[in-house]
Design a protein around this ligand. Sequence first.
Ligand code: FMN
Length: 199
Amino acid sequence: MSRVLIIESSARQQDSVSRQLTQTFTQQWQAAHPGDSITVRDLARNPVPHLDANLLGGWMKPAEQRNAAEQDSLQRSNELTEELLAADVLVMAAPMYNFAIPSTLKAWLDHVLRAGVTFKYTDTGPQGLLTGKRAYVLTARGGIYAGSAADHQEPYLRQVMGFIGIHDVEFIHAEGMNLGGDFHEKGLNQANAKLSQVA
Ligand SMILES: Cc1cc2nc3c(=O)[nH]c(=O)nc-3n(C[C@H](O)[C@H](O)[C@H](O)COP(=O)(O)O)c2cc1C
Protein backbone atom coordinates (compact mmCIF):
# COMPACT_ATOMS: atom_id res chain seq x y z
CA MET A 1 0.00 0.00 0.00
CA SER A 2 1.36 3.42 -0.95
CA ARG A 3 0.63 6.85 0.42
CA VAL A 4 -0.13 9.53 -2.12
CA LEU A 5 0.14 13.23 -1.30
CA ILE A 6 -1.59 15.68 -3.64
CA ILE A 7 -0.62 19.34 -3.48
CA GLU A 8 -3.18 21.71 -5.02
CA SER A 9 -2.15 25.29 -5.75
CA SER A 10 -4.62 26.78 -8.23
CA ALA A 11 -6.26 29.89 -6.77
CA ARG A 12 -9.43 28.75 -8.55
CA GLN A 13 -11.67 26.15 -6.98
CA GLN A 14 -14.03 26.17 -10.01
CA ASP A 15 -12.95 25.72 -13.64
CA SER A 16 -9.35 24.98 -12.68
CA VAL A 17 -7.57 22.84 -15.26
CA SER A 18 -4.88 21.66 -12.83
CA ARG A 19 -7.58 20.58 -10.35
CA GLN A 20 -9.31 18.76 -13.20
CA LEU A 21 -6.02 16.91 -13.84
CA THR A 22 -5.62 15.93 -10.19
CA GLN A 23 -9.24 14.71 -10.14
CA THR A 24 -8.57 12.52 -13.15
CA PHE A 25 -5.33 11.31 -11.58
CA THR A 26 -7.18 10.46 -8.34
CA GLN A 27 -9.94 8.51 -10.10
CA GLN A 28 -7.44 6.52 -12.17
CA TRP A 29 -5.08 5.92 -9.25
CA GLN A 30 -7.86 4.76 -6.91
CA ALA A 31 -9.14 2.34 -9.57
CA ALA A 32 -5.65 0.89 -10.11
CA HIS A 33 -4.50 0.98 -6.44
CA PRO A 34 -7.63 0.68 -4.29
CA GLY A 35 -5.67 0.14 -1.05
CA ASP A 36 -3.63 3.35 -1.33
CA SER A 37 -4.29 6.35 0.87
CA ILE A 38 -4.63 9.77 -0.74
CA THR A 39 -4.08 12.98 1.21
CA VAL A 40 -4.86 16.36 -0.34
CA ARG A 41 -3.20 19.58 0.81
CA ASP A 42 -4.91 22.56 -0.78
CA LEU A 43 -2.58 25.56 -0.60
CA ALA A 44 -5.20 27.93 -2.01
CA ARG A 45 -7.86 27.00 0.57
CA ASN A 46 -5.34 26.85 3.41
CA PRO A 47 -2.23 28.84 2.46
CA VAL A 48 0.90 28.27 4.50
CA PRO A 49 2.67 31.37 5.82
CA HIS A 50 5.65 32.80 4.01
CA LEU A 51 9.08 32.15 5.38
CA ASP A 52 9.77 34.75 8.07
CA ALA A 53 11.99 35.45 11.08
CA ASN A 54 9.87 33.20 13.30
CA LEU A 55 10.27 30.22 11.01
CA LEU A 56 14.02 30.78 10.66
CA GLY A 57 14.27 31.14 14.45
CA GLY A 58 12.27 27.94 14.92
CA TRP A 59 14.58 26.05 12.59
CA MET A 60 17.86 27.40 13.82
CA LYS A 61 17.59 28.05 17.53
CA PRO A 62 18.00 25.33 20.12
CA ALA A 63 14.62 24.36 21.67
CA GLU A 64 15.23 26.18 24.96
CA GLN A 65 15.88 29.49 23.18
CA ARG A 66 12.77 29.48 20.95
CA ASN A 67 9.94 31.86 21.77
CA ALA A 68 6.27 30.84 21.39
CA ALA A 69 5.94 32.27 17.85
CA GLU A 70 9.10 30.45 16.72
CA GLN A 71 7.86 27.23 18.29
CA ASP A 72 4.50 27.59 16.47
CA SER A 73 6.22 28.21 13.14
CA LEU A 74 8.48 25.22 13.65
CA GLN A 75 5.50 23.04 14.52
CA ARG A 76 3.70 24.00 11.27
CA SER A 77 6.82 23.41 9.22
CA ASN A 78 7.27 20.02 10.91
CA GLU A 79 3.69 19.00 10.05
CA LEU A 80 4.17 19.89 6.38
CA THR A 81 7.53 18.16 6.24
CA GLU A 82 6.29 15.01 7.98
CA GLU A 83 3.37 14.83 5.55
CA LEU A 84 5.85 14.88 2.67
CA LEU A 85 8.23 12.42 4.35
CA ALA A 86 5.34 9.98 4.84
CA ALA A 87 4.33 10.05 1.15
CA ASP A 88 5.49 7.47 -1.38
CA VAL A 89 4.01 9.35 -4.32
CA LEU A 90 3.86 13.13 -4.60
CA VAL A 91 1.44 14.78 -7.03
CA MET A 92 1.97 18.49 -7.43
CA ALA A 93 -0.60 20.55 -9.33
CA ALA A 94 0.98 23.75 -10.59
CA PRO A 95 -0.80 26.40 -12.64
CA MET A 96 1.61 28.70 -14.44
CA TYR A 97 1.40 32.15 -12.87
CA ASN A 98 3.64 34.81 -14.39
CA PHE A 99 5.91 32.23 -16.01
CA ALA A 100 6.48 30.35 -12.76
CA ILE A 101 4.67 28.58 -9.94
CA PRO A 102 2.00 30.09 -7.63
CA SER A 103 3.51 31.86 -4.61
CA THR A 104 1.47 29.53 -2.39
CA LEU A 105 3.41 26.57 -3.78
CA LYS A 106 6.73 28.40 -3.34
CA ALA A 107 5.78 29.10 0.30
CA TRP A 108 5.11 25.37 0.82
CA LEU A 109 8.48 24.50 -0.74
CA ASP A 110 10.14 26.96 1.64
CA HIS A 111 8.70 24.96 4.56
CA VAL A 112 9.72 21.53 3.33
CA LEU A 113 13.25 22.13 2.00
CA ARG A 114 14.78 21.59 5.42
CA ALA A 115 18.47 21.19 6.13
CA GLY A 116 19.02 18.07 8.20
CA VAL A 117 15.50 16.77 7.46
CA THR A 118 14.86 16.65 3.70
CA PHE A 119 18.45 17.35 2.62
CA LYS A 120 21.82 17.54 4.32
CA TYR A 121 25.17 19.10 3.61
CA THR A 122 28.02 16.62 3.29
CA ASP A 123 31.76 16.87 2.55
CA THR A 124 30.93 16.30 -1.09
CA GLY A 125 28.01 18.74 -1.32
CA PRO A 126 24.29 18.69 -0.56
CA GLN A 127 22.50 15.35 -0.45
CA GLY A 128 18.75 14.79 -0.78
CA LEU A 129 17.21 12.65 1.94
CA LEU A 130 13.83 11.81 0.34
CA THR A 131 14.90 8.71 -1.52
CA GLY A 132 12.53 6.16 -3.01
CA LYS A 133 9.73 8.61 -3.84
CA ARG A 134 8.08 9.24 -7.18
CA ALA A 135 6.53 12.55 -8.23
CA TYR A 136 4.10 13.73 -10.86
CA VAL A 137 3.78 17.42 -11.64
CA LEU A 138 0.53 18.37 -13.35
CA THR A 139 0.76 21.86 -14.82
CA ALA A 140 -1.83 24.08 -16.53
CA ARG A 141 -0.63 26.92 -18.71
CA GLY A 142 -2.40 29.60 -20.69
CA GLY A 143 0.26 29.50 -23.40
CA ILE A 144 2.75 26.94 -24.71
CA TYR A 145 6.20 26.75 -23.11
CA ALA A 146 7.33 23.13 -22.72
CA GLY A 147 10.99 22.78 -23.65
CA SER A 148 11.50 26.54 -24.12
CA ALA A 149 13.66 28.96 -22.13
CA ALA A 150 10.45 30.69 -20.95
CA ASP A 151 9.42 27.61 -18.96
CA HIS A 152 10.47 28.52 -15.44
CA GLN A 153 8.33 25.80 -13.88
CA GLU A 154 9.76 22.49 -15.01
CA PRO A 155 13.52 23.27 -14.62
CA TYR A 156 12.91 24.91 -11.23
CA LEU A 157 10.75 22.12 -9.86
CA ARG A 158 13.16 19.46 -11.15
CA GLN A 159 15.96 21.31 -9.37
CA VAL A 160 14.21 21.60 -6.00
CA MET A 161 12.87 18.07 -6.05
CA GLY A 162 16.25 16.66 -7.07
CA PHE A 163 17.81 18.69 -4.25
CA ILE A 164 15.72 16.84 -1.66
CA GLY A 165 16.29 13.47 -3.36
CA ILE A 166 13.22 13.09 -5.60
CA HIS A 167 14.65 12.30 -9.02
CA ASP A 168 11.86 10.16 -10.42
CA VAL A 169 9.66 13.03 -11.62
CA GLU A 170 7.21 13.06 -14.52
CA PHE A 171 5.75 16.31 -15.82
CA ILE A 172 2.37 16.41 -17.52
CA HIS A 173 1.59 19.80 -19.03
CA ALA A 174 -1.84 20.99 -20.13
CA GLU A 175 -0.71 23.80 -22.41
CA GLY A 176 -2.50 26.41 -24.48
CA MET A 177 -5.40 26.58 -22.03
CA ASN A 178 -6.09 30.26 -22.77
CA LEU A 179 -5.34 30.22 -26.50
CA GLY A 180 -8.06 30.43 -29.14
CA GLY A 181 -9.13 27.85 -31.71
CA ASP A 182 -8.84 24.25 -30.62
CA PHE A 183 -5.64 24.76 -28.56
CA HIS A 184 -7.47 24.27 -25.24
CA GLU A 185 -9.10 21.02 -26.29
CA LYS A 186 -5.92 19.66 -27.89
CA GLY A 187 -3.76 20.59 -24.89
CA LEU A 188 -6.17 18.97 -22.47
CA ASN A 189 -6.48 15.83 -24.59
CA GLN A 190 -2.69 15.51 -24.73
CA ALA A 191 -2.38 15.90 -20.96
CA ASN A 192 -5.18 13.39 -20.33
CA ALA A 193 -3.59 10.90 -22.72
CA LYS A 194 -0.33 11.11 -20.73
CA LEU A 195 -2.23 10.89 -17.45
CA SER A 196 -3.98 7.71 -18.54
CA GLN A 197 -0.54 6.03 -18.74
CA VAL A 198 0.36 6.93 -15.16
CA ALA A 199 -1.77 4.83 -12.80
C1 FMN B 1 -2.32 35.50 -12.12
C2 FMN B 1 -2.18 34.65 -13.35
C3 FMN B 1 -0.99 34.65 -14.04
C4 FMN B 1 -0.86 33.86 -15.18
N1 FMN B 1 0.35 33.84 -15.82
C5 FMN B 1 0.49 33.04 -16.92
C6 FMN B 1 1.75 32.96 -17.58
O1 FMN B 1 2.73 33.58 -17.21
N2 FMN B 1 1.84 32.16 -18.66
C7 FMN B 1 0.77 31.42 -19.10
O2 FMN B 1 0.91 30.69 -20.07
N3 FMN B 1 -0.41 31.47 -18.47
C8 FMN B 1 -0.58 32.26 -17.39
N4 FMN B 1 -1.78 32.30 -16.75
C9 FMN B 1 -2.87 31.42 -17.22
C10 FMN B 1 -2.92 30.14 -16.40
O3 FMN B 1 -1.70 29.45 -16.40
C11 FMN B 1 -4.01 29.21 -16.93
O4 FMN B 1 -5.25 29.88 -16.88
C12 FMN B 1 -4.09 27.91 -16.16
O5 FMN B 1 -5.17 27.14 -16.68
C13 FMN B 1 -4.31 28.19 -14.67
O6 FMN B 1 -4.39 26.98 -13.94
P1 FMN B 1 -5.80 26.50 -13.34
O7 FMN B 1 -6.71 26.32 -14.51
O8 FMN B 1 -5.50 25.24 -12.64
O9 FMN B 1 -6.29 27.58 -12.42
C14 FMN B 1 -1.94 33.08 -15.63
C15 FMN B 1 -3.15 33.09 -14.92
C16 FMN B 1 -3.27 33.88 -13.79
C17 FMN B 1 -4.57 33.85 -13.03
